[in-house]
Ligand binder design. Structure first.
Ligand code: FDA
Length: 307
């Protein structure tokens, strides 16, 4: 199983230097990343929304080591929101943020991340949209959910993400499935120890369905972050049984992955949101995509071989 090896490499500075410098890397990275900056990304947002899809935008960056970098992350999101304002898309274009890029892992990081992310959530609300807090490794979950609860007092549309591979997540789903909440359910993309997370894919999938049931039967707005055809059809069935209309939940997929399926779900009348990442700090994000799927890795290796 190469997945865990690649996930370990996703946190290695040495591997970051080697892979980032490889001349073949860029065209492959471009399959998953919309652009290096906001000017390259806005046309992608226009094009995607013109095709009836919705978007969530992620300015790449994570694992920062200095408080000034957190301010750069904040300013990059403020620049993005300024660029989105004239498009008038409201919640059809929301933001996804990783609190680690806002300083969560630095000393005093919980308060620092809350302080730095708040202006972004405020600016998003001013243009009629919202922010979802991505979930990172398990050591950050309590802090991220506490920041989510704090932000929701003023900005109730702020979204949370839960990962079905963690043992704790069914309880978190029960806590979050309240009226007005927006909760993205994913399987989880980090390398986690057996003390906190299921290691076996079948168990992660079963836990996903248990969590899905809780969210669908709850009062919040479930956001189904998965490319898995089985999960998609079970979602449709559980939504029907829970009496939810097509706009009472949404599907979410990553930019560059299963585009035909994205179009098909939107054509069926589903809300389909594409997670669009951009920026120069793409290494961690790119490596998690390679780890998820042998075909993604094969694509990367083929492009190395055909040069
Ligand atoms: P999984 O990898 O389990 O594959 C199941 C099946 O789906 C495959 O057998 C295949 O049929 C299909 N499939 C999957 N990938 C495919 C591909 N590239 N091409 C074709 N078919 C494919 N994680 C996290 O820890 N924190 C977060 O905040 C987020 N946020 C997030 C947002 C959104 C919108 C998405 C879609 C995902 C995330 N993730 C995430 C990542 C998530 O945890 C997970 O790693 C990936 O979505 C992979 O799991 P899947 O459920 O998509 O399929």
């Amino acid at each position: 199983m190469l997945g865990p090896v690649i996930l370990a490499a996703s946190r290695s500075d040495q591997m970051r230097r080697v892979i980032s410098a490889a001349p073949v890397t860029k065209p492959v990275v471009n399959r998953f990343i919309a652009g290096e900056n906001v000017n390259e990304t806005v046309p992608v947002v226009r094009d995607t929304t013109a095709r009836g899809l919705e978007v969530t935008l992620d300015v790449l960056g994570e694992d920062i080591t200095d408080a000034s970098e957190a301010l750069r992350a904040r300013d990059a999101y403020l620049e993005l929101i300024e660029a989105l304002a004239p498009l008038g898309l409201g919640e059809r274009a929301e933001m996804s943020v990783k609190l680690s890029s806002f300083g969560q892992a630095l000393p005093g990081g919980h308060d620092l991340a809350l302080k730095n992310v708040t202006p972004v959530v405020e600016a998003a609300a001013e243009i009629g949209t919202t922010v979802t807090l991505d979930m990172e490794d398990h050591t950050t979950v309590d802090s991220t959910l506490a920041i989510h609860a704090d932000l929701r007092e003023r900005f109730p549309r702020t979204g949370a993400v839960v990962q079905s591979y963690l043992f704790r997540t069914e309880d978190d789903c029960r806590m979050l499935a309240e009226a007005g909440s927006r909760v993205r359910l994913v399987k989880g993309a980090y390398k986690e120890p057996a003390s906190v997370a299921y290691q076996n894919k079948a168990e992660v999938d079963k836990a996903y369905i248990r969590c899905l049931r809780i969210l669908m039967e709850g009062e919040g707005y479930p956001m189904i972050g998965s490319h898995d055809p089985r999960i998609i059809s079970i979602t449709q069935e559980l939504a029907r049984r829970a009496g939810r209309k097509l706009d009472d939940y949404e599907f979410q997929m990553l930019y560059g992955i299963r585009e035909a399926e994205q179009a098909r779900l939107a054509a069926e009348g589903h809300r389909m949101r594409v997670y669009i990442a951009y920026g120069t700090d793409w290494y961690g994000y790119f490596m998690r995509r390679l780890a998820e799927r042998p075909a993604n890795l094969a694509f990367f290796l083929r492009s190395l071989a055909t040069r």
